[in-house]
Design a protein around this ligand. Sequence first.
Ligand code: NDP
Length: 281
Amino acid sequence: MAQIINGKEISQTIKDELKAEVTDLKAQGVSVTLAVIQVGNDPASSVYVRNKKNACAYIGIESLAYELPEDTTEEVLLGLIEELNQRTDVNGILVQLPLPAHINEDKVIQAIDPKKDVDGFHPQSVGALCIGQPGFVSCTPAGIIQLLKRSGIEMDGKHCVVVGRSNIVGKPMSLLMLRENATVTICHSHTKDLKAMCREADILICAIGKPLFFTSEYIKEGAVVIDVGIHRNAQNKLCGDVDFDDVVDKVSAITPVPGGVGPMTIAMLMYNCVRSAEMFK
Ligand code: NDP
């Protein structure tokens, strides 16, 4: 029987640990504040922003919401980020992506003070991860490491195949697995014979954004499978990049969708906010 990795439960445990830490920090006179900036009113972004505010409220983190109109100029947005960089009462700054097309996302990410970069997207944070120095780590891959550790899954010496090389998931994921002493293979859309590559994996991390793509033909008997994808199927139900029903009897452990990787992303954002406040103490 495959172990179903319960991201809902693990993320709740992390949020409860953080809640206790925030209570302790408050007792020392330290408050934790996250500023969330949304430009425009993309419905999916609004849901993410609302979930982040709710998580902050649960843990005891103050949240400042900036809801800017769609036609906000890059200059105005950069001005707000600079103001938040200077404010000593703000620990974390998050700009909800994607931004409207007239705003340069890279420029905005680079404007955030790396000490407040709780999304872990700033080049300095990415560079620190690469050379093994302290810094913020992108929340989804950091959450996957927590899922594996807290489910008792050994990474040391294992062959981990990461499929997908995006800046927010695949690349940081590969670096984190390397940090955990796994042997890492990174695959992408130009990889030859992806099936054979995936069948080599002790731990397979699927992050390509293609619904139900990974069937049992991609899986080695007894592998651990982490499904990062989130999609709605024809019946409007959530599903991942992995065909769960097809692979579940072949794997030793797997994350479901929903209730696997998804809930970990916000928990790790909260984790980064608390770390940020501790750095400012
Ligand atoms: P991107 O679209 O930025 O990257 C997709 C990656 O997959 C690319 O590197 C691409 O390769 C690779 N790829 C695409 N098709 C194939 C294929 N057929 N074979 C091999 N590789 C392929 O996606 P993200 O990394 O942002 O997200 C991936 C998925 O994870 C999405 O479903 C997204 O919704 C989900 N997600 C979930 C989160 C969560 O909290 N659970 C958070 C973030 C993302 P190439 O580089 O060559 O183009």
